[in-house]
Design a protein around this ligand. Structure first.
Ligand code: ATP
Length: 559
């Protein structure tokens, strides 16, 4: 397939609003794609370049991309930034730029037309380049791509590289399209996706050997999405005298540990490779188990016997240099609460009780304590013990439940003191004043709608201390897409957890809602952009609060 055909499909999909139309359209394309193009198309259409399980990323910021595109057109980066400011969309800006330059320079596109596979191979090459010359090498590859790209190709190449394709194609749509295209049962596609964690590969199997879909299994060093929890109460979980398994809810960082006798990798919740940042954790885990295993757990930081705030763990994870020098500073403790794989056998379909027995046999320390009870008093006492020991609350799990990767269902319930927070994407900011003049002083936050568009919902300036201000400056300085006066637009990709007192309707933000008294809680670098708060969830929270207060607050002007 030519990349220009892919770009045309993206444009068509972008114009659709109905889910069924979208599934029909994608299902119509898939059978015509060959073995090589099919997985690439399936990933690209979701805005992904590499499989979901792969820790690989392209590592390209907007400025590098604009520099390379400007070079191709013989212009300056600022010419593109001006168009980004005008359109508010990096993809459209590059498209306009190429359109303009193309008419002025007949030889801007002298090469052959790009194919989908060539684009993918170039991306792979870029992701592989490391070392001192990597930025220059990446820039050269981007120039190569854009010198052979049409303006429309440019729109979608840009969005793909900046990880903001956002044409509204969600995971569920692609799953249903694969099922439809190859006549496979949707639950089978769903299950294969949970296990393989790459819809591209699922599509390839569905086309070449649908029987193989039933036999797919989880594998070492191909991480699966972690199972998630819903908020709930002890009472709900034990209705009908149901027994539950309860564990402390640790406030650190989720990990998935894969080990064989000659290799060990610690993955984060986002499935990045954290092994180099947590050598002490890997050592501790290796000391308590043997054989081939996949374990699920939470790593916490401990000082004087008490858990430290989760930021301590995050700070260590983010540390890129001199990890060894910081290993002894604060003790990192892994607490394992699940086992997904042992010696060639997948355990995810077994009930929790059986997995727990295998876990206790296989791991001789570092296992998170668990109680089983249907007694409210006992579970309440366990909850208070967790809080007294400095943990976040408790997790209640259904003993008969399988491990469903990526699932957030009723099998796992989290009970913790109620604090209203939501995770939002940072899309802009404002330079600070006075003492904060060299830092970004406030941040513009967005939720996502059903089409994955980012809609502003709040600004936050409170809750950020001087140390965090410096960290945030370092984090955002290379993400600036454009500036106008004190206002800055950021390349989306960083997520904040924000506390608030109330949600109100507001004409001031495109989402139609605003947060009252927003307060920065933390950076959520363990979450992906598709996990940020959705507009429908905000509307749900708003209605719920109205019901609780016995009224629907009238629209108020945002303060
Ligand atoms: P979510 O993970 O549900 O999106 P969140 O990231 O804000 O929300 P919480 O709501 O605080 O996290 O709770 C879920 C997280 O709790 C898990 O992802 C895991 O990292 C952590 N956790 C701590 N202890 C446990 C445990 N015993 N079992 C499962 N998860 C645990």
């Amino acid at each position: 397939m030519l990349f220009s055909e892919f770009a045309l499909w993206c444009e068509r999909i972008e114009q659709l609003s109905g889910r069924l139309e979208m599934i029909d359209l994608i299902a119509g394309v898939l059978p015509d794609l060959d073995e090589e193009d099919l997985p690439i198309f399936v990933r690209f259409i979701r805005g992904l370049i590499f499989p979901d399980w792969s820790p690989t990323n392209l590592g390209i910021g907007p400025n590098l991309l604009y520099d390379a595109v400007a070079y191709v057109g013989g212009k300056k980066r600022s010419d593109i930034v001006m168009l980004v400011n005008k359109t508010g969309d990096a993809g459209k800006a590059v498209e306009l730029f190429l359109l303009r330059e193309k008419t002025q320079q007949a030889r801007l596109f002298p090469g052959e037309e790009l194919t989908l596979a060539e684009v993918y191979v170039t991306f792979e090459r870029m992701a592989d380049t490391g070392g001192a010359k990597s930025q220059r090498e990446k820039q050269r590859n981007i120039q190569l791509l854009f010198s052979n790209a049409s303006p429309l190709d440019g729109r979608y190449l840009t969005r793909l590289m900046l990880e903001e394709l956002r044409i509204g194609v969600g995971e569920g749509n692609v799953r249903d399209a694969i099922a439809r295209a190859f006549g496979v049962n949707p639950p089978l596609v769903d299950r294969a996706h949970q296990v393989i964690n790459d819809l591209g590969e699922v599509a390839r199997l569905a086309k070449s050997d649908p029987g193989a879909l039933e036999k797919v299994n989880i594998e070492l060093f191909r991480p699966v999405k972690v199972m998630l929890a819903q908020a709930g109460t002890i009472q709900d979980m034990i209705t009908g005298s149901r027994e539950v398994a309860a564990e402390f809810k640790y406030d650190g960082s989720r990990f998935q540990f894969h080990r064989s006798d000659d290799r060990t990798i610690i993955y984060s919740r986002r499935l990045e490779d954290l092994t180099d940042a947590l050598p002490d954790v890997a050592e501790k885990l290796n000391a308590v188990c043997s054989g081939d295993l996949i374990l699920d757990g939470e790593v916490i930081a401990i000082k004087d016997g008490r858990p430290m705030p989760f930021q301590t763990v995050l700070r260590r994870i983010r540390r890129k240099h001199d990890v060894a020098g910081h290993v002894g500073e604060i003790e990192m403790i892994p607490l394992v609460f699940d086992i997904l794989y042992k010696d060639g056998r997948s355990l995810i379909d077994l009930p929790l009780t059986e997995r727990r027995l295998i876990l206790e046999e296989s791991v001789t320390g570092s296992v998170a304590p668990q109680i089983r009870s249907s007694d409210e008093e006992e579970l309440l006492a366990f909850y208070h013990a967790a809080l007294d020991e400095g943990h976040e609350g408790i997790m209640l799990k259904v003993p008969a439940s399988p491990y469903i990767p990526g699932n957030r269902g009723k099998h796992w319930i989290k009970c913790k003191p109620e604090v209203e927070t939501m995770d939002l994407a940072v899309i802009g900011g404002e330079w600070g004043e006075g003492r904060r003049a060299r830092h970004f002083g406030s941040f513009l936050l967005a939720c996502r709608d059903d089409q994955d568009h980012l809609l502003p919902v709040s600004r936050v300036a409170t809750g950020i201390n001087d140390e965090t201000l410096g960290i945030l400056y370092d984090l955002f300085k290379d993400r600036v897409i454009s500036e106008s006066g004190k206002e800055v637009t950021f390349e989306p990709g960083i997520i904040f957890e924000i506390g608030y007192s109330e949600i109100q309707k507001s004409p001031n933000y495109a989402s139609g809602y605003a947060l009252r008294f927003p307060r920065f809680v933390r950076i959520r670098d363990d979450k992906r952009m598709d996990e940020i708060e959705s507009l429908s969830s905000i509307i749900g929270r708003y209605r719920l609060a109205g019901e609780r207060n016995g009224d629907q607050s009238p629209p108020r002007k945002n303060t």
